[in-house]
Write a protein that binds this ligand. Structure first.
Ligand SMILES: Nc1nc2c(ncn2[C@@H]2O[C@H](COP(=O)(O)OP(=O)(O)OP(=O)(O)O)[C@@H](O)[C@H]2O)c(=O)[nH]1
Ligand SMILES: [Mg+2]
Length: 343
């Protein structure tokens, strides 16, 4: 299949074409890289050609959202419920589960599909667990490409599930329009090991499992975060105050407030502008990210492992400083040594 056929099938919304395209962009094989690049050029052209319909008080025609939070907090269950409600509101929903813990549990595909039991049976939904190649950021190097492929295939809402535990987790918010942080109720006011940066990167915070015995602890945690959030710097979208709501992914608790918050968001006069700027910045960010990746790949394919080993042992023994090692690497690469600062 050539690029043109791949792109046509993708844009027609063929599920198999989408699944294969994601596999292609995730592939590390040299021959696939070329085909993937060609495909992504076509996908970008296609996405750029779709007019922005975000006039008036509504979310943009296409909306991408990260659902992030500690392991076991209920992300998949929440997405199952949210996805169902989005479909009922006329959306087509793609879910990318970039989830290291599903890799840990072994049967990631089954694992996450069973937790998204309802969604996985709906024609309007596409679910893609992708446990392989997960970087420390919880996203894998092809997450952005996979998001764009889903959009090109006609899914107007793309939800990315990722575990938010490390500092690098902030990275996922650079790939999407909106970041939703899911927490759960705990007695006491500990931060659940959540770093401040992760909370700062959230556009909305939900305290899940606000049902049964979890109800009171959820409210307590909600109050705690509400007051913590009020001390944060203002959100970059004028008029938006990051809400913290208690919710249950399995019961009818908190969903009215959740949808009201979205209505409030949609009514903000600067929303369309804000999204536009964010996406424009992300295009530039994505260029640097890909360039970094390409340079590293190029470096490791064109240099033997032993060259690395030599550099590493020289670093370990103190013979070379990290700055010297960078200079030597650049020289070996054919760049003039302009000093580390030059790059
Ligand atoms: N009581 C209650 N249980 C919930 C709720 N949401 C999820 N659970 C349960 O919590 C457990 C973990 O839910 P998941 O949806 O798999 O959580 P997750 O955050 O996706 O987990 P990982 O992907 O492993 O990080 C499951 O047993 C769910 O049934 C909720 O709102 N209330
Ligand atoms: Mg999950």
């Amino acid at each position: 299949m050539d690029t043109h056929q791949r792109l046509e099938a993708l844009i027609r919304g063929e599920r198999l074409a989408l699944a294969r395209a994601i596999t292609l962009v995730e592939s590390r094989k040299a021959e696939d890289r070329k085909a993937a690049t060609e495909l992504m050029i076509g996908v970008d052209k296609h996405l750029q050609s779709i007019p922005h319909q975000n006039t008036g008080n509504q979310l943009p025609a296409r909306w991408t959202m990260a659902i992030t939070g500690p392991p076991g907090v209920g992300k998949s269950t929440f997405i199952d419920q949210l996805g169902r409600q989005l479909i009922d509101r006329g959306h087509r929903v793609a879910v990318l589960a970039v989830d290291p813990s599903s890799a840990r549990s072994g049967g990631s595909i089954l694992g996450d599909k069973t937790r998204m039991q309802v969604l996985s049976t709906r024609d309007e939904a596409f679910i893609r667990p992708s446990p392989s190649g997960v970087t420390h950021g919880g996203t894998n190097s092809a997450t952005k490409e996979a998001i764009d492929l889903c959009l090109a295939a006609g899914y107007d809402t793309v939800l990315v599930e990722t575990v938010g535990v490390g500092q690098n987790e902030i990275a996922v918010s650079d790939l999407v329009d909106w970041t939703l942080l899911l927490l759960m109720g705990r007695s006491g006011d500990d931060l659940q090991g959540i770093k401040r940066g992760i909370v700062e990167a959230a556009d909305m915070v939900l305290v899940n499992k606000a049902d049964g015995e979890g109800y009171e602890p959820a409210l307590e945690t909600q109050r705690y975060y509400q007051s913590a959030l009020s001390l944060f710097p203002p959100h970059s979208l004028p008029g938006w105050k990051v809400p913290c709501l208690a919710i249950s992914a399995v019961q009818e608790v908190g969903w009215d407030s959740f949808w009201s918050a979205f209505e409030e968001l949609q009514a903000l006069p600067r929303l369309a502008d804000w999204v536009h700027h964010k996406r424009t910045d992300q295009r530039v960010f994505n260029f640097y990210r890909r360039l970094n990746q390409a340079l590293l790949e190029h470096w490791s394919s064109s240099h033997s492992k032993s060259a690395y080993a030599d550099l590493e042992s020289a670093l370990r023994s103190g013979q070379l400083s990290p700055a010297q090692a960078v200079s030597e690497s650049l020289l070996a690469w054919g760049f003039e040594d302009s000093g580390e600062k030059g790059l």
